[in-house]
Design a protein around this ligand. Structure first.
Ligand code: FAD
Length: 396
């Protein structure tokens, strides 16, 4: 489909595409957002992060004095970069949570905090994790119970448990939400901090996922000392800070649409190679219909993403736009992977990257990971609630 990008943006796309082709590190392609498998892979991802920042392909929306692109930045360019990284199957920067921290510090932090952390985020040297979710506080994040209490010698002492912490085992610092005022209404008694992950009392326990890898962790915090200079913004203002930093990461779904289109193309290829009842599966009308449905859904998602970009640029975003896009991409992902496994038959259950296995186990990895996207960053049920209540005006 033609989304009417300007010739300048198409030229920019060409430049980014060439950059991705030349610089993408040799790190195995995996489904979803994953952690480095080992120290060597982590080093390659740090270097990749530095390269992306230096080229101005991430961090372009930061103020110029911290390395941003100033007037040369536009949300459309962020989308083009995301799309081209996805098209080139390039790994994500090591800095998912680091980018959130950067926005929190730029908007709410002190000059000292910006000077301390932003250069390390740009160079890829400092790795961050997001210490928000807790057992019992995910969708209802504001009910979190980890507490930060004033310490005798100044600063705070943090105690509690976090879970699903992506990159927690590699992180130097954690972006933490903790309750600082138990008397206040639940959204108003939370503060945002940066915690040194090597401080005494921080216990990181990796979790093993059904993909066979360990991308996230449980984190136990037991009387962890946190200096007053690690508080981001005002005390008890953490809810606003966390939501505002999350709102900066709106363009990710554009790259997800590109990945899905690639998946549907790969599915067509699989259907051509798969023999069912003595002929290629692609000749079966029912197979054509399922692939056609998926293709149409991906194009609808792309159209929605581009319509949303137009609204973001005009500051005319509607409260349910992002929820619709997030719901669509994660649910289409599950359906695509499920159908690929059906087509692949017995071979579809194999995981390893053996060339003899259909598409080197890609579909099994995609299938096992796809469910995670329906949970991370707001579950599909929560997205449906947002669409129903804020978009359609239905009762709670
Ligand atoms: C891959 C992955 C990476 C993640 N990385 C991080 C990370 O780095 N840092 C971090 O802090 N967190 C992370 N998370 C956690 C994520 O934010 C939570 O899993 C998510 O917010 C859902 O919370 P929960 O798991 O507690 O589920 P719950 O909120 O307990 O939900 C359980 C079920 O109940 C449903 N439900 C809940 N409330 C409602 C409602 N009001 N109406 C209808 N249905 C409802 C949900 O849809 C779900 O099906 C990650 C999660 C995943 C999957």
């Amino acid at each position: 489909m033609d989304y009417g990008l300007t010739p300048e943006l198409e030229q920019f796309r060409k430049e980014v595409r060439e950059f991705v082709e030349t610089h993408t590190p040799d790190v195995p392609v995996k489904a979803g957002v994953r952690s480095a498998d080992d120290a060597e892979e982590l080093a390659a991802l740090k270097e990749w992060t530095r390269t992306l920042f230096e080229a101005g392909y991430i961090g372009a929306d930061w103020p110029e004095r911290y390395g941003g692109a100033g007037a040369a930045h536009s949300p459309e360019k962020d989308v083009v970069v995301g799309e081209e990284l996805a098209r080139g199957r390039a790994p994500a920067a090591v800095q998912g949570a680091g980018l959130l921290v950067a926005h929190a510090l730029i908007d709410f932090g002190t000059e000292e905090q910006r000077e301390k952390y932003l250069p390390g985020i740009r160079s890829g040297e400092l790795v961050f994790c997001q210490l928000f979710s807790e057992p019992g506080s995910g969708s209802d994040l504001a009910s979190l119970r980890t507490k930060a209490v004033p310490a005798d010698g100044g600063g705070f002492t943090v105690t509690g448990q976090k879970v699903w912490t992506t990159n927690g085992h590699w992180a130097d610092y954690g972006y933490l939400l903790a309750r600082t005022n138990p008397e206040a209404p639940k959204h108003r008694g939370i503060s945002a901090f940066l915690v040194d992950m090597r401080a005494p009392g921080v216990d990181v326990r990796p979790l093993r996922e059904m993909t066979g890898t360990s991308d996230f962790n449980e984190i136990f915090l037991d009387d962890v000392p946190v200096g007053h200079d690690s508080l981001i913004g005002d005390l008890d203002n953490g809810w606003l800070i966390a939501n505002s930093s999350l709102a900066h990461e709106r363009s990710a779904v554009a790259s997800a649409a590109v990945r899905l289109r690639q998946d549907v193309d790969a599915l067509k290829d699989l259907a051509r190679r798969t023999i069912r009842h003595g002929r290629p599966a692609i000749e079966d009308g029912a197979v054509q219909e399922r692939i056609g449905e998926l293709q149409a859904s991906v194009e609808a998602l792309s159209a929605l993403v581009y319509a949303n970009i137009g609204r973001w640029s005009r500051s005319a975003e509607r409260p349910h736009d992002a929820a619709m896009a997030k719901l669509m991409f994660s649910e289409i992902g599950v359906e695509t992977a499920r159908f690929a496994l059906e087509l692949a038959g017995e071979d579809g259950i194999l995981v390893e990257g053996d060339p003899a296995v259909v598409d080197r186990g890609r579909w099994q990895d995609e299938f096992l990971y796809a469910r995670a996207y329906t949970i991370a960053g707001g579950t599909s049920e929560i997205m449906r609630n947002m669409i129903a209540e804020r978009g359609l005006g239905l009762p709670r």
